[in-house]
Design a protein around this ligand. Structure first.
Ligand code: EPU
Length: 442
């Protein structure tokens, strides 16, 4: 395999897309299944590379899994190792979430520094502070790159406030607290709907977790019991936004099944502001080209704001809009890697220092003393007529972004690194062919 997509763009994409299960839920519930004693079954798990890598990692710990037709079964009783090796651990960003089940089962765990998408330094200092508040001792060996975590006896509940919210940090806290002794309170917790799907799954199995805005209260239980029915995870809202942009950027018309307007309000509001065609069909949303788009600014934020995962597709859309728009990225410090790739197709960008009234402490990442805000914001000058090119995929969302650009551009484009897109998008070329795209995998 060449690991390449070849796209002949310039055609409006029209038709229907059924969303897959959410990547950022599938990975977490699969890990949470290791908190149980009996086999746990799930439905709607996407057949994507990130899930494949995680299951590979789990099997290296002895865990028996079956995964077929989007149904996943995990038998936690087969978990026998507490040491995640570098080969498997570095391939999946969420490997550090294994701290919770490994600590519950073995009282110790050894996990390498996490891998994953290249969108910033992505430290886990907040996770470590939170683990310590539960009485876990965490040591990092900079020679080997491994974290080792140990606890003296049964985990005790804790009250912990995240200085800045973290999505996976909140999920790790929930997985620790759910089987800890006593009542834990997590403050300034992440608000992402994916966190709530994890909570629903655990509550269905007897957990006692209550969210009150950004505060989550978890009353520890002694055992989680899988429900007789398998748990069907939510659909992928990031995928919904991606296909919405495919429709609008190519001047097409796509109905996306499996998403409600309220799930992606911040995105829909911006589409309407830009003059994009939109129809709310209840459990499906239709995005269509109606008239020339106008430039609209965005500033990414934690949910329910305009999510960081949506900004790179949005950038392609704005290359097709009249006027100059701005994207200010506030969640990750290195999420404009796609800019150089899109410039190859004739997109016009300019990095600049965003509004000085925006406080550096408002960035979600840890801001170093000497930090150049110039890399956090871009101006997009539109509209641009895009031509074909050869592009490289840098990270998952950037991959979907160059694919949108290739479908929008006239002529034949080559996209190197197709498998990076497979990390988070199930059967993307099949779904795109279904709406009329001329795309092939080599
Ligand atoms: N951060 C720290 N220290 C920490 C934790 C986070 O500095 O201990 C920083 C991060 O580097 C980042 C910011 O805080 O700059 C927010 O990070 P968060 O922890 O919320 O992100 P995450 O849990 O690593 C998840 C998703 C991301 C999504 C973000 C925001 C998963 C596996 N990943 O990442 O998804 O963008 O939350 O919602 O759930 C994607 O799907 O493409 C993706 C990157």
């Amino acid at each position: 395999m060449e690991d390449v997509f070849i796209v002949r763009g310039g055609k409006p994409l029209k038709g229907e897309v059924q969303l897959s299960g959410a990547k950022n839920v599938a990975l977490k519930v699969a890990i949470a299944a290791l908190l149980f004693k009996e086999p746990v079954a799930f439905e709607n798990i996407p057949a994507i590379k990130d899930v494949e890598e995680l299951l590979h990692l789990m099997r290296s710990l002895g865990v028996a899994t079956t995964f077929e037709h989007n149904k996943l079964t995990i038998d936690p009783s087969t978990l026998v190792h507490h040491h995640v090796d570098l080969l498997h651990g570095s391939k999946t960003r969420v490997s550090f979430l294994l701290f919770a089940p490994l600590l519950h089962k073995f009282g110790k765990s050894v996990i390498p520094n996490p891998g994953g998408c290249r969108i910033g330094a992505r430290p886990i200092d907040r996770h470590i502070q939170m683990l310590e508040s539960f009485g876990v001792e965490v040591k990092y060996d900079s020679n080997t790159g491994y974290y080792s975590a140990t606890k003296a006896d049964k985990l005790k509940a804790a009250t912990f406030t995240f200085e800045k919210p973290t999505h996976t940090g909140t999920e790790l806290a929930i997985m620790l607290a759910v089987l800890a002794q006593g009542v834990s309170i997590i403050k300034n917790a992440a608000l992402e709907p994916e966190v709530d799907d994890l909570i629903s799954f655990l509550n269905q199995a007897g957990a006692r977790i209550v969210r009150n805005g950004s505060e989550i209260t978890i009353e520890g239980v002694t055992r989680l019991v899988p429900s007789v029915n398998s748990y069907a995870i939510m659909y992928d809202q990031n995928e919904a936004v991606t296909y919405g942009v495919f429709a609008l950027a190519t001047r097409g018309d796509i109905t996306v099944h499996g998403v409600k307007r309220g799930d992606i309000t911040a995105f829909v509001d911006k589409v309407l502001e830009a003059g994009g065609g939109f129809e709310d069909l209840g459990e499906s949303l239709r995005f269509f080209y109606e008239k020339p788009l106008t430039a609209v600014d965005i500033q990414t934020a934690v949910y329910p704001g305009f999510k960081t995962d949506w900004q790179s597709p949005w950038a392609v859309l704005m290359t097709q809009a009249q006027g100059t728009s701005i994207i200010h990225e506030t969640v990750f410090e290195d999420r404009f890697g796609y800019v150089a790739e899109l410039e190859k197709l004739g997109c016009r960008f300019e990095f600049f220092s965003p509004d000085s009234t925006f406080s550096r402490t408002s960035y979600q990442f840890n801001v170093p003393a000497h930090f150049d805000t110039k890399r956090q914001a871009i101006k997009i000058h539109g509209p641009s007529k895009l031509h074909n090119g050869v592009m490289q995929v840098r990270d998952l969302r950037a991959g979907a972004t160059v694919l949108i650009a290739a479908c929008t551009a006239q002529g034949e484009s080559i996209i190197n690194g197709a498998s990076i897109i497979d990390r988070g998008y199930e059967h993307i070329e099949v779904k795109l062919q279904h709406v009329g795209a001329d795309i092939a995998r080599l």
